[in-house]
Design a protein. Structure first.
Length: 506
């Protein structure tokens, strides 16, 4: 048997460190066994998937040095590798199950489903779909169809017994079927769900081992049921420990920098980043911590993969990066490498117009622009003492900035400018005297500098975002209760009451 493994990212956001983590372990597994590592793009979510996010997945994985053997960009014998090019295939498979009586048409409208959800929530029992369309008579189905009602196709999940499978990492897993919903396979617009497309593709692409994060474990019984319904042998499942932040919670863009580009742009070395990610899920014999990709590929033993969550500790990454820097970069190469990183012509060409009329001597350059080349700004509380706002209120403003820019996905100069004006409006605060100083403080660690919005564009989305998060953390963060409050106000686009008695500063 040739080992064939895959990663199947959805191009719905910035390339996440979790994608590199999964790619890495799949690649190690494939190389160790002389097998193939496949990249499949799961773009079934038509509203959230974007071609530009697909490109950033390629770019981020290439920077990480993780190269795939088959994929949408390079082709291969099992293509196409982009799910949006395989829609007919999924439809055919859903209808095969329907015709065999293993799936059924469900005509429940979103309103009916919502009502059902509320009733079930009140009863406090099982949540999900109550299977009311599972046993419709042929006449009833014909009636719905004659009325032209849209329908989804749902899988008939067993009503009794247990789904039992052996996870190569987690061991024996059993889940009562009663806890598993009659999963939608095909949506009313004819598009497949993740579950259907994922299983059909893993089978047709002859995937032997599904190595993925353990957040997908709740989907696995549904997948096993699907393999069974199709009469296919399931692959071996290996669920990797989840990446956790230092707070012990799931690593999340809401609390941590999670974009691979953040680490690249902050000047980490690709080899150190990769070595660090292997430490997340694996322990080498003798608890060695510094080793090359080739070494772990050679010595790999899946039994050494951890079972529980792995803490993504940036201090550890810093330490490891320094080991690599000393070991792999001779001193006469160091300047070259730093120059390539951020003192390169392309970057400087963008930076020069921002500082041209703002320095008296060359000696002022670093004073003005040093924040572009720094990972840890020296923040001070006085920087955030603006017009009597409390630290909580400053945090609210900065958090709202992040939300606004995320919602509009526009982190260039105009995007940041517009977002800051919108935030000023929603909080009833003066843009120039309150919002701008807070942004200067968060992004540059001072109240004056090169033009704010152009600087944010040049810092880039990931570092801008990380600095806003860092400032919030520095000021004590936002409790979940206050976050709910804020979210509420933000959604209503009125946060004036959160600023309370404070005089709007004009
Ligand atoms: N499309 C899923 C993701 O975004 C794939 C999960 C899996 O590996 O099955 O990660």
């Amino acid at each position: 048997m040739t080992v064939r493994v895959r990663i199947a990212p959805s191009p719905t956001g910035d390339p996440h460190v979790g994608t590199a983590y999964m790619a890495l372990f799949n690649l190690i597994f494939a190389r160790h066994h002389g097998g193939k590592f496949i990249l499949r793009i799961e773009d079934t979510d038509r509203t959230r998937s974007r071609p530009e996010y697909e490109q950033t997945i390629y770019e981020a994985l290439r920077w990480s040095g993780l190269h795939w053997d088959e994929g949408p960009d390079i082709g291969g014998p099992f293509g196409p590798y982009r799910q949006s090019e395989r829609f007919e295939l999924y439809k055919k498979h859903a209808y095969d199950l329907l015709n065999q009586g293993k799936a059924y048409k469900c005509f429940c409208t979103p309103e009916i489903l919502e009502e059902m959800r509320q009733v079930m929530a009140k009863q406090g029992g099982r949540q999900g779909y109550d299977r009311r369309c599972r046993n419709l008579s042929p006449e009833e189905i014909a009636k719905h169809e004659a009325a032209g009602e849209p329908f989804v196709i749902r899988l008939k999940v067993p009503l009794k017994g247990e789904c039992v499978y052996e996870d190569a990492i987690k061991g024996r897993i059993s889940v009562p079927w009663a806890d598993v919903d009659d999963q939608v396979l095909l949506k009313s617009d004819g598009f497949p769900t993740y579950h259907l497309a994922n299983v059909v593709d893993d089978h047709l692409m002859e995937i032997t081992h599904v190595i993925r994060g353990d957040e997908w474990m709740s989907s696995t019984p549904k997948h096993i049921m699907l393999y069974d319904a199709f009469g296919w042998t399931p692959p071996t499942f290996m669920h990797m420990p989840l990446l956790l932040g230092k707070d012990g919670k799931k690593l999340s863009k809401r609390r941590n920098p999670t974009s691979i580009f953040y680490y690249r742009d902050s000047g980490y070395l690709q080899e150190a980043f990769i070595n660090f990610l292997t430490l997340m899920g694996y322990s080498m014999p003798g608890d060695r911590e510094v080793y090359s990709l080739d070494e772990i590929i050679k010595e790999f033993d899946y039994k050494r993969i951890g079972v529980s969550g792995a803490v993504f500790d940036v201090q550890k990454l810093d330490w490891l990066n320094q080991q690599y820097l000393i070991k792999n970069i001779p001193v006469d190469q160091l300047w070259n490498r730093i120059r390539e990183w951020s003192f390169n012509d392309a970057f400087m060409k963008k930076l020069m117009p921002l500082c041209h009329s703002r320095i008296k001597t060359f000696g002022d350059f670093m004073d003005l622009c040093g924040f572009f080349f720094i990972n840890h700004l020296h923040l001070h509380h006085t920087l955030f003492e603006v017009k009597g706002l409390t630290h909580d209120q400053v945090c609210f403003v900065l958090q709202a900035m992040i939300w606004h820019m995320d919602e509009n996905e526009n982190w260039n100069s105009d995007g940041v400018n517009n977002a800051s004006r919108a935030v000023a409006e929603v909080f009833g605060l003066n843009h120039k005297k309150v919002i701008m100083p807070l942004l200067f403080a968060s992004l540059m660690g001072k109240h004056q500098g090169p033009p704010l919005f152009d600087s944010a564009e040049l810092l880039g989305k990931d570092r801008t975002r990380a600095r806003l998060l860092k400032a919030i953390e520095f000021l004590g963060g936002i409790s979940s209760k206050k976050m709910d409050h804020l979210k509420h106000g933000w959604n209503a686009k009125d946060c004036k009451s959160l600023i309370g008695a404070i005089e709007p500063a004009h």
